[in-house]
Write a protein that binds this ligand. Sequence first.
Ligand SMILES: NC(=O)c1ccc[n+]([C@@H]2O[C@H](COP(=O)([O-])OP(=O)(O)OC[C@H]3O[C@@H](n4cnc5c(N)ncnc54)[C@H](O)[C@@H]3O)[C@@H](O)[C@H]2O)c1
Length: 349
Amino acid sequence: MGAPHERWNPKSPRAHRKSRISPHPHPLPVDLKNKKVLVFGGAGFIGSHLVERLVSDGASVTVFDNLKTGRTANLASVWKHPGFRFVQAEVRDRKTVDATVPGHEIIFHFCDDSDIRSAAEHPDTYVEQNILGLFYVLEAMRRNGIRVILFPSSTTVFGELANPPASESHGPMVPLNLYGGAKLAAEGLISAWAHTYDFRAVVFRFVGIIGGRMDHGVVHDFVRKLQNNPTELEVLGDGSQQRSFVLVDDCVEGMLFALAKSAKNYNLVHIGNVDQISVNETADAIFQVMKLKNVRRRYTGGKVGWKGDVTSNFIATETLTAWGWKPPRSSHEAVSEAAARLAAEKPRA
Ligand SMILES: NC(=O)c1ccc[n+]([C@@H]2O[C@H](COP(=O)([O-])OP(=O)(O)OC[C@H]3O[C@@H](n4cnc5c(N)ncnc54)[C@H](O)[C@@H]3O)[C@@H](O)[C@H]2O)c1
């Protein structure tokens, strides 16, 4: 635990991206220049896109990551940037969390175990990592007077939705899997710390966030399965499940927009899309991107893909809509773009 900082070797085959940051074309109403930001899970799929954006906006960024699912290659474009620092460590290691948090102004907590389907096989993780790990971070923040935290919760907190889209005030919440249960617990902890210790917390509930560098989820799985066998596709469930998607770039934009606008101790913000599409339509969009015709579909059957899965993740986005923001791409457009990026990537070993 608390291994030494990893160094980036530009000659390594993992160094496949250029170390050059281009400024973002759409300046936000939040000034991140010289802000000291700590991103737990910053080497992962969403975290690494977020870090690239923060660095391009002038922030000094520390990434704290155990590289379980994350990769240093995801951070190649920021690795040599002045102000970037990488700490390879474990969020369950309280001493290292305590040593790393001081000196930062904004914390993004993006290191939950998010392998929803296999969660039932390792329940300890959901308490030790997703709940206790968060507690260590909140406590290190409190003791060091650091008050701004952003956290990605999920639509899984709701369980099965009777009448989607679910509003930000929807209840009761009945999570059906351990991941959703831990996210709901995390929402509660963050709200309590924010109100008791005067934090500014922004808790997001994401739909399916998709893009390059992903390592799981329906869009990822379909692309990789089709690369292995372009004639047949296994579909979990009956393909009628509805999914709302947001491209990762748009998710990052929405989060930073919310950071700029949020003013309360506890700000709950849904990041979703205006539409949802079925798993079958998701497959159609991917066939088109990959230029595949007459692919046979083999359904595993049932209304949902696995125990704990739901028929829809569609949510309303009242807060962002009231602030005048919505994702520029629909669910269908997000799937096409994400599939194109994934298909162009070298699959992970
Ligand atoms: N991808 C989505 O659609 C989605 C939807 C809702 C919420 N979220 C949440 O967003 C966050 C990021 O998700 P992602 O899809 O980028 O996942 P990811 O697995 O790519 O990223 C998680 C990162 O955390 C690191 N990590 C894992 N365990 C750790 C530990 N014990 N200590 C330190 N670092 C650890 C991993 O190495 C990885 O870099 C997670 O909290 C996830 O639950 C994601």
